[in-house]
Ligand binder design. Sequence first.
Ligand code: S5P
Length: 275
Amino acid sequence: SSSKLPYGVRAKNHPNLLVRKLFAIAEAKQTNVTVSADVTTTKELLDLADRLGPHIAVLKTHIDILSDLSPATTTGLAQLAEKHNFLIFEDRKFIDIGNTVQKQYHGGALRISEWAHIINCSILPGEGIVQALTQTAASNDFLPYAAEGRGLLILAEMTSKGSLATGTYTTRSVDYARRYRQFVMGFVCNRSLSAEQSTETSREDGEDFVVFTTGVNLASAGDALGQQYQTPQSAVARGADFIIAGRGIYAAPDPVEAVRRYQQQGWQAYLERVA
Ligand code: S5P
């Protein structure tokens, strides 16, 4: 499977512009870390983005948890993404009928399509949500953003205890990813998802989905609200191309020291996997 290939090789062959950019960033900065910057003020968010920027490939936001969200928040983020060469992933987890998610993604109060390179969605509503977001990304007034590179991750599994994102839900996630490869770049999930997890005919045309794995923490096994953690090493061994860590990094006594450790361990595990 593609998870044994180096990012650089996958970048060369990949049809999706944003995936090529993402793999190029990972190679150039030697990092597969996505920091989940779940802080609640613009100052904290931009400060984290600037300090951690050199060590991350992607910065993941929950834009709706900021108490002082303004245009300065997202323009500030975009500037730091440029300065430090990372992508922005808005973890909005779209989960509604097609007509609604189109308005939540493009335009609206949050203008997510304008500043977030990566978004994600649940397929609880069915195939239409993926179809709708793909359609928006292919529309005429989306052209400037498409040119910059935009992509969708399907939330195929979850890390929380008792998650219902299993079985048929996960299988269908792979099916829909295959049907909308123009826009779907991969999954948020806990292992590489391949042919066995799909009811669609396996394609031999170099299909290569990117795996983002969340619930990564070096110091803890979980929290009091059902979160379950694994280490960077175990996540990458199970197929994560990018590891997502939040509190393990931003709540550490020294977030820069912490992100360096996740970067080093995530990269080491990647080198072992492709060796
Ligand atoms: O299954 C999931 C999917 C996601 S996107 N489990 C998760 O924890 N997440 C997100 O990853 C969650 O919303 C949070 O932003 C981050 C985990 O944060 P941490 O502090 O527990 O590392």
